[in-house]
Design a protein around this ligand. Structure first.
Ligand code: CMP
Length: 157
């Protein structure tokens, strides 16, 4: 049985959700053999790996995943790129014995990921160290607990 039953995610309290987030190693980064590096960064930081899943999104799943961006000029390209090949999805958790001084998993992970445009992302961040392209920007990370719940349902069903 899985350590983290994503179908139960709706039952998490707001406090429990603060410790969790979703990261996708995007298809371009997966093809560039960066999955191990990305996972290693989060492990070295101290996150627990609740889920690690390799999958390929259908176009319909990709449209659902990025539905908040529907209508934006970059939407079609984004959907094509995230469904172009296999990706690795991670559910990360801050272990219960770690004191983040109120910072959520979403916030800590987004700091590690860096600015959306890798060409502007700080060195030391994943996008700053491994990307040059705004669409194939190495990883996606949930931007809120609500996004984590919605996005996780697309990935894990
Ligand atoms: P991601 O974190 O996956 O969330 C939405 C994605 O849209 C973002 O990373 C980028 O890959 C992509 N994107 C492409 N163009 C833009 C843009 N101009 N502004 C924001 N995001 C963009």
């Amino acid at each position: 049985m899985s350590a983290f039953d994503i179908t139960e995610v709706g039952k998490y309290t707001p406090d429990e959700l603060k410790n969790k987030t979703l990261v996708l190693v995007k298809p371009d980064a997966f093809a560039r053999k960066l999955a191990g590096e990305v996972i290693g960064r989060f492990e070295a930081k101290g996150f627990g790996l609740l889920e690690v899943k390799k999958l390929r999104l259908t176009k319909a799943q990709a449209e659902d995943f990025y539905s908040v961006h529907k209508g934006k000029p970059f939407y079609e390209k984004l959907v094509a790129s995230i469904s172009a090949g296999p990706l690795v999805a991670l559910v990360l958790e801050v272990p219960a014995n770690r004191d983040t001084k109120g910072k959520t998993a979403v916030e800590v992970v987004r700091l590690m990921v860096g600015s959306t445009n890798p060409s502007e992302a700080a060195p030391g961040t994943l996008r700053g160290d491994f990307g040059l392209d705004i669409t194939d920007n190495v990883v996606h990370a949930s931007d809120s607990a609500e996004s984590f719940v919605r996005e996780s349902k697309v990935i894990f069903g």
